[in-house]
Design a protein around this ligand. Structure first.
Ligand SMILES: Cc1cc2nc3c(=O)[nH]c(=O)nc-3n(C[C@H](O)[C@H](O)[C@H](O)COP(=O)(O)OP(=O)(O)OC[C@H]3O[C@@H](n4cnc5c(N)ncnc54)[C@H](O)[C@@H]3O)c2cc1C
Length: 286
């Protein structure tokens, strides 16, 4: 069992990992190995102390180097659920499960709000994870809504499994050109299920399929962690980055504005120290 599992490879998760490493904790950090796409996207960052003008790409390379230098390896997976097992937590990544005494959520903020029916039908025809659930739709017809270009690899993976993919990109510069992928433009409004078929309302029609994949970088925290208190999509934390669940801490954009690197890095550090304190208290009370 790990002392802690950090979810997210943005500024917050990386900062928590660096501090936990210094504190000599046994932890896992899960998220994209290529790090948060947000780190990469800033054209110029001018408000990060010590670096007067750095691009997102340079910042990302510096973060990656520091992780490498400290011997921290990222587990490149998407977390599909975090469950309370009484005195510790189980973190599910599709079929795989990892256990830890504490959790640090550095999930970033969800920019695409769930559409009507999405949360209600999650696990009943709606999925957030291509690699976890893709095999369920082998030879079938699926609909894929993608919020970002970074998921094109996952769409390709799904297209290899499914007979047909109805693809709705919510971004520009789509670079997919596969025989069984039919691309639609527009903003999905609602998902319904009728006679085991999924109906996705787009423009004035319903796109029918066997399953709907909603690919996005971050899903609603309270969907990922049942029982977690949030408000307006942000996880509620105190000054020590503690959530309402014992042993679960949160840092960065997912705890609220301002959405800034410096705040994410600061909270990641606070969360790691809180993990350390929590573990010390557990030991004392044993
Ligand atoms: C275009 C742009 C320009 C910006 N410019 C600036 C600037 O100049 N100055 C500034 O201070 N800030 C800037 N920002 C904001 C800054 O990028 C964010 O505040 C910062 O990245 C927040 O870090 P974070 O770790 O909280 O979240 P993110 O960077 O969003 O990282 C979240 C991580 O969690 C992962 N994740 C989420 N859910 C899961 C899951 N279920 N399983 C596994 N991993 C998961 C994501 O994949 C990602 O790796 C800019 C942002 C953008 C988009």
């Amino acid at each position: 069992m790990f002392d802690s599992i950090i979810i997210g490879t943005g500024a917050a998760g990386i900062s928590a990992a660096l501090t936990l490493k210094q504190l000599n904790k046994n932890f896992l950090i899960i998220g994209p190995k290529n790090l948060s796409f947000k780190i990469n996207t800033a054209e110029k960052i001018r408000n990060y102390p010590g670096l007067s003008s750095v691009s997102g790409k340079e910042m990302k390379e510096a973060f990656a180097k520091q992780l490498n230098d400290m011997g921290i390896e990222i587990l490149d997976k998407q977390v599909t659920g975090v469950y309370d097992l009484g005195d510790h937590y189980a973190v599910l990544c599709g079929q795989d499960s990892y256990e830890a005494q504490t959790i640090v959520l550095g999930l970033g903020v969800e920019t695409v709000k769930p559409i009507k029916g999405e949360i209600e039908l999650l696990g009943q025809g709606v999925s957030y994870c291509a690699t976890c659930d893709g095999f369920l739709y082998k030879g079938k017809e699926i609909t894929v809504v993608s919020s970002s270009k970074e998921f094109e690899g996952e769409v390709e993976y799904l297209a290899q499994l499914a007979a047909k993919v109805n693809f709705i990109p919510l971004y520009k510069d789509v670079e997919l050109n596969l025989g069984n992928v039919c691309t639609f433009k527009g903003m999905p409004k609602e998902i319904k299920k009728e006679n085991k078929r999924m109906l996705l309302a787009l423009n004035d029609t319903n796109i029918e399929s066997d399953g709907v994949f909603m690919l996005k970088a971050s899903i609603s925290p309270s969907v990922l962690v049942p029982g977690l208190e949030d408000k307006d999509g942000h996880i509620l934390v105190d000054r020590l980055c503690a959530t309402n669940l014992k042993g679960v801490f949160a840092a960065g954009d997912c705890t609220g504005r301002p959405y800034q690197y410096a705040k994410a890095v600061g909270e990641g550090n606070v969360a790691a120290h809180s993990v350390n304190h929590y573990l010390q208290e557990l030991k004392k009370n044993k």
